[in-house]
Structures are given as C-alpha cells and as structure tokens.
Write a new protein. Structure first.
Length: 296
C-alpha cells in the first residue's frame, strides 16, 4: 500500500544562520531580536549592554561547547520567557572544540575532526528541537574553486568559517555585508547593513535576494505570533530511564539497526537527549516484546 500523502503547511520557529567578515556587524544584527538568550563566544556582545537590556535579553559568555550544550538543554526543558537563542559566533566554539579534540585523540586520519563533528551534531540536534527562534553567527572566510586555466585555485567568494555541515541544519542562511566606502573619505556612503540569501527553505526569502537587514524586516515577513510567542518546555529522558534502557539492552538483542532508527526518528544521538515520552515508548516496546526482560 502506498503511504504518501499531500503535504500540509507547517509553521516553524525561525532557524537563521548568518555569516560575514569582521566589522560587518554580525553581533549588532543578531542581538536585535527581543527577549533573547545570548551566548556570547567572543566577548563582543558585552559592549552592547544598553541594547541588550532594552530588548529584555540576557547574556551568557563561554567558548566551551559543553557549557553551550548545557544552556541549550536548560532552554529546552525549563519554562522561561526567552523567544530567541543567539550564539555569536559559532566559529569560536568550533575552533576551541577542535583544539581540545586534537589534544584528546590526535590528528591522524582527521580523528580530531571526527570527534569534534560528533559533538557539533549533538548541539545541532538540540538546537533544532528548541521551541525557540535560533540565530547563529559565524566568521567568513574565502571560498576557493579551480581556476579556469591551470591547477591554481581562484577565490570564488566567501563562505562561513566553522563546521562544514552547519548550514545544512538551518532554514535560512544569509551573508551579511555593509554599504560601500566613499572614495573621498573613510566613511561609509551607504551605512546600511544588507543580507544576501545564500540558502533558503522559506518562501518569504527567495534564493539570491538581497535585503536591508533589520529585525523589523524579519518581523514583517514572519508569522508574528509564532515569532514572538513564549516557547513550550520539553521533558527529556531521566537518569533512571537511561539506566533502565541500558540495562534492558545488555540482556536483549533487538533487530539490527533498531536503536539507530529510534535515534534518527527522535533526532538525537544519545538516550540522554531523547524526549521522556519517546524513550518510555522504547522501554515499553522492549518489555512487551521480550517479557522476560522486565526483570532487568
């Protein structure tokens, strides 16, 4: 029996990734969102204390990804009034993680990248599960491609500096830029900030469009009620549940790839990050299919 059906429109929270060169104003652009929980990874946002306070936002500073994961899990599971998570910039976190992984596992065969990327994927999974808008910034770096002649590489433009898979997770990716300099002075002849859409899954932001950046622009193109509503908390797995599922799996052999399928469906990579009710269904499945395992 065929199981496909016509898709239905789904309204989601904004998941936005932006990158740009130094001085373009990534921090200023990101913290315009009101009621934000700002994770400042470069001690740049602290220079905007008045703007942050006026927008009813708060600031947490770290470069340690494990601290970031802890904060994201708290935002996911606790009741609060913050509408948007801002991480500025993710580049610093990733570079710090790479250094730590290099010290732990070495660089042979790119082991440090494998270890770092696994942790980054966990963070990405938790971010996507958040019932909040998410705005993440990154530094820019030159993007190269093969030159038209010869084997030399030519600069093709700019891309983001960080985990290569990061843009995959976001519905909207933009490159930030500023107006051109006046040749007769050092001032900007056009001081406005612009965003170029480099990837989109959102109808309101056509691919390749360039628009003047501001929170008001985002608000006008969004479902305002969805953009600015209070998030819903999610109950995650308890330590007792994790201990129980591990105990069950130590004595029960499930069909091949069952656990992997459960993780993929829940969008997690470990039991600790799985929603409480989903993990309970996994536990009940094992107990019902293998009654003797209940004694575990």
């Amino acid at each position: 029996m065929l199981r496909a059906k016509k898709p239905e429109a789904v309204t989601k929270r904004l998941k936005l990734f932006m990158f740009g060169p130094a001085g373009v104003g990534k921090t200023t652009a990101a913290i315009q969102f009101p009621n934000s929980y700002i994770i400042d990874c470069e001690k740049g946002a602290e220079n905007y204390d008045k703007l942050i306070t006026a927008s009813n936002s708060v600031l947490f500073q770290t470069t340690d990804i494990h601290e970031v994961i802890q904060e994201v899990k708290s935002l996911l599971t606790e009741q609060h009034d913050y509408r948007t998570l801002v991480i500025d910039p993710i580049t610093t976190i990733y570079n710090d993680l790479l250094e730590k992984c290099e010290a732990q596992v070495g660089t042979e065969w790119g082991r440090h990248y494998g270890a770092a990327n696994k942790t980054m994927k966990r963070l990405a999974n938790l971010i996507m599960a958040l019932d909040m808008n998410v705005v993440i910034t990154a530094h820019a770096k030159k993007e190269y491609q093969n030159a038209a002649t010869g084997n030399a590489l030519a600069v093709a433009g700019q891309t983001f500096d960080g985990w290569k898979q990061l843009d995959y997770w976001f519905d909207l990716v933009v490159e930030l830029s500023r107006g051109k300099n006046d040749r007769k002075s050092s001032k900007l002849s056009d001081p406005k900030r612009y965003a170029k859409v480099v990837k989109t899954r959102l109808e309101a932001y056509p691919d390749g469009e360039v628009f003047e950046w501001s929170y008001d622009t985002i608000r006008k193109r969004s479902d305002v009620e969805q953009l600015e509503r209070t998030p819903h908390a999610v109950a995650l797995a308890t330590p007792d549940q994790v201990a129980e599922i591990n105990a069950l799996l130590s004595i029960v052999r499930l069909p091949e790839n069952t656990v992997e399928k459960w993780f993929a469906k829940a969008g997690v990579d470990m039991w600790e990050d799985m929603p409480y009710d989903v993990l309970q269904k996994c536990i009940d499945f094992i107990k019902n299919r293998f009654p003797n395992s209940a004694a575990a």
